[in-house]
Design a protein around this ligand. Structure first.
Ligand code: HEM
Length: 334
């Protein structure tokens, strides 16, 4: 009886959360569709993918920032390109610490925008460019393709503080991550699948240094995160000395420029770099996904899931129809 009394509200909460996910999703889909620019800018996809191809051929390490940009845009005010706006007083999203590591990623979006403005001026939103570029990056680094829904419009507001409050920190635990994703209309499966994006790119030591030194907060530099393989801790400590914040390491060592399913093998071996990666072992559903997809033969299933979850991510609080605007220049409102 006692157990039932405990389980009842939990089940209710879960169903309510699921209900919320479905409501948010269906509410956001209107106005978005595959081929939105078929008549107004038929070459949008080939022009975009050519710029991505040229970029990655000379700077393959930009794949990481360009994929991450879609996540960081969509989680703050929805996928509205608010991440691209400049602020004269440095108070825009791009001025928040988590957004200071895009290297020349913003310039690549500008390059796509300029190419598109020459071909079909005033038609393609910067928010759609970010979505298309993220898909092209995945394809061109070895992942699977998907059809990108378009029709997003650009927002007019970008606030530094919102980037701090809406983007998860590297130290987030599984309860927080699940809740945050649910708030955005994304499921627990979307969380574990999209985390697989950490197959690409790098992380600065600052994001995970706490796991290597003084983990218990008592000042003991030999206190490390018990959730990380001690051999991996030792290897990372050699790269990230205690007083160096600028150094970075590959998130998926050895194949950080290739989009593959190796991330799940790392996480299952307790070699996920961030606490948020390791946290995927702390929940039944996410752990099961990790364990199933650590096997190379299941990479195809991860690719299929990733495509679906990226479409879901691209639906978060979008502006469509007459809302927002189509910016002429991605870094400022019209
Ligand atoms: C689940 C919560 C997540 C957290 C807490 C998180 C956190 C982080 C952190 C701290 C870094 C390292 C940044 C740096 O030091 O430069 C990073 C890198 C990265 N993240 Fe995430 N992330 C999450 C989810 C995602 C999602 C959903 C995507 C994309 C769909 C993504 C894509 C990436 C990529 C590609 C990189 C490498 C960036 C580069 O090479 O510069 N992340 N993430």
């Amino acid at each position: 009886m006692k157990e039932m009394a405990f389980d009842y509200p939990k089940t209710h909460l879960f169903h309510f959360a699921l209900f919320l996910v479905l409501i948010l999703r269906s509410a956001n889909v209107e106005g978005l569709n595959v081929g939105f620019y078929a008549n107004s800018c038929p070459l949008v996809e080939s022009i975009t993918s050519n710029v991505v191809k040229q970029t990655l051929s000379v700077a393959p390490s930009l794949s990481g920032p360009l994929l991450k940009m879609f996540f960081h845009d969509c989680f703050v005010r929805g996928c509205d390109a608010s991440i691209l706006l400049d602020s004269p007083t440095n108070q825009a999203e791009k001025d928040a610490d988590p957004n200071k590591t895009f290297r020349s990623g913003f310039e690549i979006i500008d390059r796509v925008k300029s190419a598109l403005e020459m071909h079909c001026p005033g038609i393609v939103s910067c928010a759609d460019i970010i979505a298309l570029v993220s898909r092209d990056v995945v394809v061109q680094t070895g992942g699977a393709s998907w059809e990108v829904e378009t029709g997003r419009r650009d927002g007019r507001v970008s606030l530094r503080n919102e980037a701090f409050s809406e983007l998860p920190s590297a130290a987030s635990d599984i309860t927080f991550l699940k809740l945050l994703f649910l708030q955005k209309g994304l499921s627990v499966k979307d969380l574990v699948v999209l985390s697989g994006a950490h197959t690409l790119g790098i992380s600065h030591c600052a994001a995970f240094k706490k796991r290597l030194y003084n983990f218990d907060g008592t000042g003991d530099i030999n206190s490390t995160d018990p959730k990380m393989d001690p051999n991996y801790v030792a290897a990372l400590r050699k790269k990230c000395t205690n007083n160096n914040n600028d150094t970075f390491v590959q998130m998926d060592p050895g194949s950080s420029k290739v989009f593959d399913g190796h991330y799940y093998e790392l996480v299952s071996k307790r070699r996920g770099l961030l606490e948020s990666d390791a946290a995927l072992l702390d929940d039944d559903e996410t752990r099961k996904y990790v364990e199933t997809h650590k096997i190379k033969g299941n990479q195809r299933s991860f690719f299929k899931d990733f495509a679906i979850s990226m479409v879901n991510l691209g639906r978060v609080s979008v502006l469509t129809g007459n809302a927002g605007e189509i910016r002429k220049v991605c870094s400022r409102t019209n």
